[in-house]
Design a protein around this ligand. Structure first.
Ligand code: SPD
Length: 279
């Protein structure tokens, strides 16, 4: 659990800790899968933690969701069918919805309680999801869902938690093979792949597996203060495209808060220690 001491809520990770000053705890309940907690912070809006691990704050969520969704969606020339695995808070689907050319979004979250809690405490994350006919809610196991899907999707986004019990399978070779099979021949996948300061070996493994599975694979970074270390990585892969290149001219979106066309390619430029660590 995210530990509360007086006015502070703390996530400990490896040999570090990150604390937010809070006003009060708003929610705490064990779902079938994990402990779901929500805190009202002093300066960052509401904060959701799953099994003691920070997921989103109202203030910072846009960085993660912009970068997970828009990098692959702008790298694909014409994304129409999208699958989102995980991301029960709704933020990733919200960003996919901004691409008007997208015709269908399958949203597969294993823990329905995360969506219910998000609806109550993070209304801006789920805004419009239920009124958009393109969004198909499919609460259930994303790993199984992908296994049963063949040659369907232009883009698959994997918005999981850290690779523990519940999300461990989302980082494995078998799953990546199934993702490849679920994508169309020019499909693109992108996933959250942990942070380079504490988890470079995880990133290295993910990159090696993607490289073995797909014709193209890549790694890009974003800066997310609410995760310990603040530097976050996304791993992506495709049967056809270099994902650092923008091809989508149809999605005319304005008003991003983090993503920009310049940042799209710049995010793939890696610091030397990251390059060395994933070699
Ligand atoms: N250690 C934190 C990993 C968080 C990954 N998922 C965030 C969910 C946002 N939709």
């Amino acid at each position: 659990m995210a530990k509360m001491t007086g006015k502070w809520c703390t996530e400990t990770y490896k040999d570090t800790a990150l604390s937010f000053k809070i006003k009060k705890k708003l929610y705490s309940k064990r779902s079938k899968f994990q402990l779901v907690e929500v805190f009202e912070t002093e300066k960052h809006g509401n904060l959701m933690a799953l099994d003691g691990c920070y997921m989103v704050t109202t203030r910072e969520e846009f960085v993660y969701h912009d970068m997970l969704a828009h990098v692959p969606l702008f790298a694909h020339p014409d994304p129409k069918k999208v699958l989102v695995i995980g991301g029960g808070d709704g933020g990733t689907v919200r960003e996919v919805m901004r691409h008007k050319g997208v015709e269908s979004i399958d949203f597969v979250e294993i823990d329905g309680d995360v969506y219910t809690v998000s609806k109550k405490y993070f209304p801006e994350l789920v805004k419009g999801l239920e009124g958009d006919k393109r969004v198909h809610f499919k609460f259930g196991d994303g790993i199984k869902f992908v296994k049963d899907s063949k040659d369907i999707y232009d883009v698959i986004l994997i918005d999981g938690t850290d690779p523990s019990d519940i999300a461990g399978g989302l980082f494995g070779t078998e799953f990546f093979n199934d993702v490849k099979a679920a994508l169309k021949k020019d499909g693109i996948m992108s996933m959250q792949s942990e942070d380079p300061w504490f988890d470079l070996p995880i990133i290295k493994d993910v990159q090696a597996r993607l490289k073995k599975t797909f014709a193209y694979s890549g790694l890009y970074l974003a800066f997310i203060p609410m995760y310990p270390s603040g530097m976050w990585s996304f791993s992506c892969a495709s049967k056809k495209y270099d994902i650092s290149v923008i091809r989508n001219k149809k999605s005319k979106i304005t008003g991003f808060k983090y993503y920009t066309p310049e940042l799209h390619s710049a995010a793939f430029k890696l610091p030397q220690f990251v390059k060395d660590g994933i070699k």
